[in-house]
Ligand binder design. Structure first.
Ligand SMILES: *[C@@H]1O[C@H](CO)[C@@H](O)[C@H](O)[C@H]1NC(C)=O
Ligand SMILES: *[C@@H]1O[C@H](CO)[C@@H](O)[C@H](O)[C@H]1NC(C)=O
Length: 363
């Protein structure tokens, strides 16, 4: 058994080296043209927007592994993804030509081949603020980084030190966090707003984000994309909780997102200069999502103020109810799937826009 597995690992080693060498060669031949093959793996950190099911293996109540979640996923399977179908990490990996689905790192059935092309460490309810994950007993970004170290060791055992460091330095890393900090840990908490004004709190969020990016860089990552905060005040749950009888977008929550995003943008710009060889890229989703909410018909959407599942205007829980009979028939007409997370159709529009605008900055 031992001999067999060593042989298999050597074989993987040879194949990976060939892939790395051939993509290097084609990059030389193509000169400056975009070469997607140069990015060997896609590695993801963050919250429910990019959690493909890690929370299924964590003792948290914040799970999405029951119907109607996954209704439009292949086989209609509720994988733990917080949507009716794919989540942004899947769609981004597909745009990169790497793979169709980015699996959760905690899935016990993962193969070496899954690790070689990337995994997600994200956990629903996580935030830059360590308290966000703590409130829901989810994996904090610090926990996710600890798992990433284990991931690197598994790669080393499978393909050796040198190939591992090539994979680690050439892969694309995506970080998606911050909305739970703003909506839950700040605006829904009776205490946090008394401790910090929103300017101070968004400053703290950016400090945590910056420290995470620097730790990731120290572990070998170079191509790091950081997703902005969405217009938090226009999430259906926030309209219900703080948007008054008309359920308008909550202006102070949108302003908090803008404040955070502006500070995040400057911090990432400065890190990108400071950390040699890095490609640290700010990825705006605030404007693409707000545009869908304000001009839904341009992209074939009809409903923006409530999710496809839930009890419509009265929905304050962030998740669908199990087997909710009120779930809409065609999620593609809705920007939001539940009262916090967009539909696969909305994610596709947004990720495509983000990808087109940013891919050159990583190469
Ligand atoms: C790994 O890389 C180092 C430095 O480039 C080199 O000296 C060493 O021979 C390589 N090891 C293997 C197993 O390829
Ligand atoms: C669902 O809605 C989308 C967007 O309006 C439309 O393109 C599609 O044909 C609809 N699907 C069904 C089964 O009605």
């Amino acid at each position: 058994m031992k001999i067999l597995s060593i042989t298999r690992n050597n074989l993987i080693n040879v194949v990976v080296n060939l892939i790395v060498i051939s993509s290097y060669l084609s990059l030389q031949i193509n000169g400056n043209t975009v070469n997607k093959g140069k990015i060997p793996a896609f590695i993801v950190f963050g919250d429910s927007i990019v959690d493909p099911g890690n929370n299924n293996y964590v003792a948290t109540i914040g799970r999405a592994n029951f119907p109607p979640y996954g209704r439009d996923f292949p086989g209609g399977i509720p994988t733990g993804r917080y949507s009716n179908g794919k989540v942004p990490s899947d769609i981004f990996a597909e745009e990169l030509g790497i793979k169709e689905f980015v699996p959760p790192y905690l899935d016990p059935n993962l193969q070496i081949s899954d690790l070689l092309t990337g995994v997600s460490f994200a956990s629903g309810a996580a935030g830059y603020d360590p308290n966000s994950a703590k409130l829901a007993n989810a994996l904090s970004l610090e926990d996710q980084l600890a798992l990433f170290k284990g991931y690197k060791n598994k790669l080393k055992a499978a393909v050796g030190e040198n190939t591992t460091s090539t994979i680690i330095s050439e892969s694309l890393y995506l970080i998606c966090s911050g909305s739970n900090d703003i909506t839950n840990t700040y605006f829904t908490s009776p205490i946090t707003p008394l401790q910090y004004d929103i300017s101070t709190y968004t400053g703290l969020m950016v400090n945590w984000a910056s420290s995470f990016v620097q730790k990731l860089y120290a572990l070998g990552a170079r191509r790091i994309g950081v997703i902005s905060a969405p217009p938090c005040g226009c999430l259906p749950s926030q309209r219900t909780l703080h948007g008054g009888l008309l359920r308008t977008c909550v202006e102070k929550e949108n302003q908090a997102s803008i404040l955070f995003n502006n500070k995040l943008f400057s911090e990432l710009t400065s890190l990108n200069k400071k950390l040699s060889g890095s490609r640290i890229v700010y990825l705006d989703i605030y404007n693409p999502l707000l545009n869908l909410i304000n001009n839904p018909s341009q992209s074939g959407f009809e409903v923006t103020k409530k999710g496809c599942c839930g009890t419509g205007n009265l929905e304050v829980s962030f998740l669908c109810n199990k087997l909710d009979p009120g779930t809409c028939k065609n999620a593609s007409k809705y920007v939001f799937w539940d009262s916090f997370h967009p539909t696969e159709a909305a994610y596709k529009v947004i990720v495509h826009e983000v990808y087109e605008k940013s891919i050159d900055k990583f190469l």
